[in-house]
Write a new protein. Sequence first.
Length: 140
Amino acid sequence: MHRKSLFATYSAYPYIKFDEKMGTGGDSFMRWKLRMDEMWESLNIIEQLIDNIPEGDYAVKMKGVIKLPEGEFYQRVETARGEFGVYIVSDGKKNPYRVKFRSPGFSNLFAINHIAKGWKIADLVAIMATFDLVIPDIDR
C-alpha cells in the first residue's frame, strides 16, 4: 500500500502537537526535571511522526567529493543541546581552505559563571551535569 506523507519539506513542525517545556526555578533540580519532561515530550512527538515516515530511499549515493565554489559559507542546524554551526572558507579547489565547527556545548559553558556564583566547588558537578555536556565536543 502506498501512503502519502504529511511532510513535503524538511520541517514537520506545523503537523505536530507538542508542549514547550519551561521551568522557573533555575536550580539544578529544576534543570534535571525539565530534561525529564523534555524526554517524555520527545517520545510523544516520535509517536506522532512514526506512522508518517515517507516511503522511499533513506540514503542516497552521492559523489565522494563536493566541490564548493569560492567564498565563505555558514550553515547551522538545531540540535538537542543548541545550535551546531559549520563555517567553510573555500578557494574553489577540491579541499576547502578552512573548516570550523561550532558546537553548542562550548557556548553553553559560559552560563556556568552566572549559575555557579555563590555555590560551592562541590556543587559544580551537579550544575555541569544538568548542562548535558559532551566534553570531547567542547574541545574542538
